[in-house]
Every structure is written in C-alpha cells, then in structure tokens.
Design a protein around this ligand. Sequence first.
Ligand code: ADP
Ligand code: MG
Ligand code: MG
Length: 250
Amino acid sequence: MLKISNLHAGIDGTEILKGIDLEIKAGEVHAIMGPNGSGKSTLSSVVAGREDYEVTQGHIDFEGEDLMDLAPEERAHKGVFLSFQYPIEIPGVTVTNFLKTSINETRKAQGLEPMPANVMLKKMREKMSLLEMDKGFLSRSLNEGFSGGEKKRNEIFQMAMLEPKLAILDETDSGLDIDALRIVANGVNKLKNKNNAVLLITHYQRLLDYIVPDFVHVLYKGKIVKSGDKNLALELEERGYDWIKEEQPA
Ligand code: ADP
Ligand code: MG
Ligand code: MG
C-alpha cells in the first residue's frame, strides 16, 4: 500500500529525514517510536503532503502511484488520512457540516454522487456509538472549546467517517486519560480491517498495549535505526532510548 524509499526531507534547507525506507501493506499496523525531535511528525507531514516541508530525495508510492506531485487534499482523496489535519477551530462550522463537506468532496473527487443526508446521519450515529460519543457533539462548532480528549476523539470520529485506506495517527495518545485512550484505541481497532492500514506515531508504549502493532520502528535523527515486533516497544518502555543512541555510529 505505502512504499517509502530513500526519503530525504527537510525544512528551510535543514535536512530532517535522512533516508527513510518503509513499506506498509494492507492489513498491517506499524508503529513509529523515537525520542523527541527525531523526525516522527516530519515523516507524517511529508507523507500527508504538507507544503512547508521540502523533499530533496526519494519517493513515496501509495498503491503504486507516486504521491510526490499530489497536493494534501488529493492525497486525502486517495485515502491517506493524517490526524491533526484539521486542528483549527472553525467557529460557526459544526462537526456535522464539516464532515458532510469533507465526505462529499472526497466522493466528488472519486466521481461519486454526494452521500444522501439520511445515509450520512445514520453513519454518523453508528460511528459515534462505536466511539462512545455524545450526540450533542455533532452540533458543536469544530474544535471550538473542545478539551484535549474531545479533539482526539473528534479526529478518530473523522477517521471513522472518512474510512481512509491509510490512517496516520501522530501522538493521538498524548493528553488522553486512560478511559479516553481506551475508547480511541477501541475505535481504531474496530475500524481496522484487512484492506486498510494504520501508522501509529507515538513517543510512549502505552497506546501499544491497546492497539497491538505488527511492526515497530525506531526513528532516531531522521533514520529508522531499528525495526521489530511489539516486543521492541516493550523493550523501549523498559530501557528507554539511550541504548539505541549508544548503538549508533558516532
Ligand atoms: P518528533 O515528532 O519526532 O518530535 P519533529 O519531526 O517534530 O520530531 O522534528 C524533527 C526536527 O525537525 C526537530 O529538530 C525540529 O526542531 C525540526 N523541525 C520540525 N519542524 C520544523 C519547522 N517547522 N521548522 C524548523 N524546524 C523544524
Ligand atoms: Mg516532538
Ligand atoms: Mg512529533
């Protein structure tokens, strides 16, 4: 599904990603862990196509198609979802209207008719119940006055509604209390199937107790320096990141 080859990228002439190779197949959950500042958010932003980052070398292919020349919206229409894509508060735009617009724009780009209002509403109700969210949420203004936990839950709700092929969740666990974490993780687990994939970016192992990854990669100074299975995350939890740093050539 996603194939990243020798990806180098940076900002304002400073290289942040220094040759990333990563392949994610349909049905897989990958976790990227690493110390602060290692380039995790840069990687997710570059895959999603944020324009402030400059790709200097390498390729990102999604379902056999080169993503490099596509704008973030076009990547989203192809099924790439990045949490925090819409962190902005939009006073006066309700959660419902925002979702209607996003979904129908995606459908339009795919040559489909708008989703009938009753179908949309039914789907919203279904997904909200899955995420144990209150119905009153739908009529609130997007992100306005949302608590940290509500913002996270809203992101997962957007993801549930948009049904992306590849969901990239960047630090979705930070700021969540244990109940909200469980609900968000349950939501992700219920949305997971053999045709989609998840890339979880997290500093801590905690989320991975709930969403069990097939592969764990450690990003350090812009490179993937270690890959393994869920046991690697447990080892990092126990030993921290220092031993990874010590293993790197000076
Ligand atoms: P992580 O998500 O792993 O904490 P980031 O991708 O946010 O790491 O950052 C990696 C490095 O790139 C850091 O040294 C950070 O200071 C730098 N960086 C990230 N975004 C920007 C930016 N917009 N402008 C300048 N430097 C940036
Ligand atoms: Mg950071
Ligand atoms: Mg980050």
